[in-house]
Design a protein. Structure first.
Length: 423
């Protein structure tokens, strides 16, 4: 149980009520211990004494039972603590500092306003991609006309998808219970199966940390029913350490966006048949989504915005909590330390959360770092991105393995499956 945290939901009160009931036999004890008088025993008194005797016996039994249930009760209490969360932290973690800005951006996009430089680039690459995809490129590379029928079709689709997405962005922790329907059913249908409500028996979520090199985990990873990989990390030449099977490719939309601009990448490096689950980090990336979706044969699913909100709150809670514990600074200082509005959970974190929702057992590989290991097993990237708080996420994984009940924001109806972390 986190130190010094206040109780916010009072849900442990009923347990004390049960204790009250158990204490009643003790109140009855004096009545049970009437000492027999030394006069000759008359029949009536004999009957009375007999009743007292029987009462004593049953009182004892009740007392014993009472004690037993008290014991059981305290055991249950020790084994299964009612989680307590600091209300201030919870409240702070629910604030989305980017909300206003994001709403404006979505509205501008829906209005067809691609004003800013960054978005203009997206827009340009989108046109080029449609051009590249649909018509033969002219020698001068003249972009497709913005008002061409093809453009218009993508445009309508983009607006519809973005609009639906923005509308759904609310906090609804039960969303974890819906991931089987939202993700697994789609994958099942793609594999020619009827979507079953059974979860996958086991899943491996494979991160991209350099700690995987020389691990020899390849076979172990591939032995899971489903393997989830992150951000298009390569497996060729690394099979011995990372395995070769990919059932779900989990990416953030920036990966798809960069890929859409690169010829030969074509959005789907594991092949057009491997299902992709994508988390949208910038609304403008729906442009890339519509383009990639048209050429992908397997499902290309966008994470449900309610799932995004849940992940964002959990990671922010861990980040703020850790920040306060490590620095001793004030709550308000967290924003500047973590570039508040840009702060985000990593793809790896959401892929793990996805696995919790669709698998009976979850194994995590290639998460974490070591001084002797590269940042990524497949690139030479040196540093981590600052918009993520990996330390906070490691703290979350630790709780997933050891004591999932202390994780905030999860629905009581959701049962966290067993999680194993491989280092
Ligand atoms: C909750 O966290 C806030 C911020 O760190 C702290 O000021 C407050 O004392 C904490 N509340 C309790 C009951 O621990
Ligand atoms: C996972 O991928 C392997 C290899 O592509 C495939 O044989 C298997 O059927 C897939 N399993 C599921 C549940 O999709
Ligand atoms: C993505 O493509 C699939 C198959 O081509 C299609 O059924 C689906 O509606 C598309 N998704 C969106 C959101 O347009």
């Amino acid at each position: 149980m986190p130190k010094g945290l206040e109780d916010t939901d009072g849900s442990d009160i009923p347990i004390f009520k049960i204790s009250n009931i158990d204490f009643r036999p003790f109140i009855a004890i004096p009545i049970c211990y009437i000492v027999p008088m030394k006069r000759p025993v008359r029949p009536l008194l004999g009957i009375f004494l007999f009743i007292v005797f029987v009462a004593t016996l049953s009182c004892r039994t009740i007392v014993r039972r009472g004690l037993l249930s008290l014991e059981l009760e305290s055991k249950v209490l020790v084994q299964d603590p009612v989680p307590v969360f600091n209300a201030t932290l919870l409240k702070y973690a629910t604030i989305d500092l980017d909300e206003e800005h994001s709403k404006q951006e979505i509205q501008q996009l829906l209005d067809g306003n691609f004003g800013s430089h960054g978005r203009h680039r997206t827009f340009a690459s989108w046109r080029r991609f449609i051009h590249h995809d649909v018509t033969a490129r002219s020698a001068k590379g003249i972009p497709v006309m913005p008002r061409s029928p093809m453009f218009y079709r993508y445009w309508l689709q983009f607006r519809r998808v973005l609009h639906d997405w923005a509308r759904k962005k609310t906090f609804q922790p039960e969303i974890l219970l819906e991931l089987v329907r939202l993700v697994k059913h789609s994958v099942d249908r793609h594999n020619g199966l009827v979507g079953s409500d059974q979860r996958y028996s086991s899943c491996a979520v494979v991160g991209n940390s350099g700690i995987l090199l020389n691990s020899g985990y390849g076979k172990l990873i591939d032995n899971h029913e489903v393997v989830i990989r992150l951000n298009n990390a390569r497996t060729e030449n690394f099979e011995h350490d990372v395995g070769s099977k990919t059932n779900i490719s989990f990416v953030n939309s920036n990966i798809l966006h960069l890929c859409a601009r690169r010829e030969g990448c074509f959005c789907h490096p594991y092949g057009t048949n491997v299902p992709i689950v994508m988390y949208v980090c910038q609304p403008a990336h729906f442009l890339d989504y519509t383009v990639c979706n048209s050429s992908h044969k397997g499902p290309l699913l966008v994470t449900d915005p309610r799932f995004d909100v849940l992940c964002a709150r959990i990671v922010k809670y861990y980040s703020v909590k850790r920040f306060l514990e490590m620095t001793g600074k004030a709550l308000e200082d967290w924003t500047s330390a973590h570039d508040g509005a840009m702060f985000h959970y990593s793809s790896g974190m959401q892929a793990v959360m996805l696995a919790l929702g669709i698998c009976d057992k979850v194994s995590i590989f290639g998460f974490g770092k070591s001084d002797s290991a590269r940042h990524h097993y497949h690139t030479n990237q040196k540093t981590e991105l600052h918009l993520h708080d990996y330390e906070a996420e490691y703290a979350l994984y630790h709780d997933l393995v050891e004591k999932p009940r202390v994780i905030p924001f999860l629905s009581n109806k959701f049962k966290v499956p067993p999680v194993v972390m491989y280092h």
